[in-house]
Design a protein around this ligand. Structure first.
Ligand SMILES: Cc1ncc(COP(=O)(O)O)c(C=O)c1O
Length: 415
């Protein structure tokens, strides 16, 4: 993508909407390149949440007083808006609010997996899954006697499609696949995998934590049975995540957590469950966070998801190119292209990723270093840790240059 298109995003105006980006550390302006961990929050989201606390705060679905009714409407409308954002035509009934992607994953694995899986059943994952999926399915498989299989990746960080066809069979009960890898940046062919899973009467769960923030996602076009993502990675607040599920599948599931707000009728002997999505949202839910997520979705759509994707891909391609030119930087994941997202995983040959991140910090450049909750993938790559620079709507090419300069200093320091 050309710089002209990146400029079309009006990055300077966008930066002005994120006051945190003005922070300086020892006189150096913050360069925030840890967006795959958590994105920054624009003023409109902060304001929506503080307005809510100033003017509307009450518990939902409990009171008949005016404030409670208003808070309930805000909370319900947030479900509808987020459902619409990811193409769920069933609206709120198909969109459950959770704490984060991890809880969405656990909800599904406990509610569906414990009931449906047994010896002989297979859960098909990929070698690039985040621990949120991988560890959860491992645990459920251990309890039910099911088996986990892993679709291999190729040396250039793509899914091995032939191996996918070998792994997904009539024994497969569910395929659990990450839409965009948080370590490699790979964009997986989730619609093809969904078709493959359905050909074998299996379900598919897609971990969209790194996809929904930065590209248009249509869960129905993918034909995902379940799809999860987190508010804090998409300009929204922490404390809220989402699980999309096809209505008939959610109707058929029993709750994962129990308590108030999710029931229809309770006696000393038994209980029955309320309507979707409330039967999966017991207790006081993240109401202000839902208001914030609603505002974040409005904000992102106002910018345009296609433009966000183009901007990020352009920065990642530029970073990839500059790091590759360094000569002593190992890069992970596919080369820039349509199946690569806006993050770059790498290692400087002579410096451990943690040391590198620490030196970057001295330059006010915030990156992530470690295993990124993908330890088995790092084993597959043959490294214990990697560094990761991940971009969002407010990042610039100059910040990529700052990243490369900081790498140069690290090299000199360790020479
Ligand atoms: C691909 C992927 N899945 C799941 C998660 C877990 O998200 P959360 O910590 O919001 O539950 C992350 C977070 O980094 C991620 O990148």
């Amino acid at each position: 993508m050309s710089q002209q298109n990146a400029d079309a995003l009006d990055v300077e105006r966008i930066r002005g909407e994120f006051p945190i980006l003005e922070r300086e550390f020892e006189g150096q302006r913050l360069v925030y390149l840890d967006n795959a961990a958590t994105t920054q929050t624009p003023e409109v989201v902060v304001e929506a949440m503080s307005d809510y606390y100033r003017e509307t705060n009450a518990n939902v679905h409990r009171g008949i007083h005016q404030l409670s009714q208003e808070a309930s409407i805000c909370y319900e409308e947030a479900h509808d808006r987020v459902a619409e954002f990811v193409g769920a035509s069933g609206g709120r009934e198909e969109l459950i609010f959770t704490k984060n992607t991890t809880e969405s994953e656990n909800l599904l694995a406990y509610a569906w997996g414990l009931r449906e899986l047994g010896p002989g059943d297979e859960v098909v994952l990929t070698e690039m899954e985040h621990h949120a999926s991988l560890v959860t399915w491992q645990q459920i498989a251990e309890r039910t006697g099911a088996t986990c299989r892993y679709i291999r990746i190729t040396d250039d960080g793509r899914l091995d499609e032939e191996h996918a066809r070998e792994c997904i069979t009539d024994e497969t009960a569910i395929v659990s696949v990450v839409h965009v890898s948080n370590t490699l940046g790979t964009v997986n062919p989730v619609a093809d995998l969904a078709a493959l899973a359905h050909d074998h009467d299996a379900l598919i769960f897609v971990d969209g934590a790194q996809a929904v923030p930065n590209r248009p996602v249509d869960v129905e076009a993918i034909d995902a049975d379940f799809y999860a993502f987190s508010g804090h990675k998409m300009a929204g607040p922490t404390g809220i995540g989402c699980l999309y599920g096809k209505k008939h599948l959610l109707e058929d599931l029993d709750p994962f957590l129990y308590g108030g707000g999710m029931i229809r009728k309770v006696t000393f002997e038994e209980s029955t469950w309320g309507d979707l999505p409330w039967k999966f949202e017991p207790g006081t839910p993240p109401i202000a966070e839902a208001v914030g997520l609603h505002a974040a979705v409005d904000y992102l759509e106002g910018i345009g998801m296609d433009r966000i994707r183009e901007h990020e891909e352009s920065l990642a391609a530029y970073a990839y190119e500059r790091l590759d030119a360094e000569g002593d930087v190992d890069l992970y994941g596919p080369e820039p292209g349509p199946d690569r997202s806006g993050l770059v995983g790498f290692n400087l040959e002579s410096v451990h990723a943690h040391d590198l991140a620490s030196i970057m910090n001295d330059h006010a450049v915030a990156i992530r270093a470690g295993d990124h909750c993908t330890q088995p993938l790092h084993d597959r790559l043959g490294v214990a840790a990697s560094a990761r620079a991940s971009f969002y709507i407010y990042n610039t090419r100059e910040e990529v240059d700052a990243l490369v300069e900081a790498i140069d200093s690290a090299r000199q320091l360790f020479a």
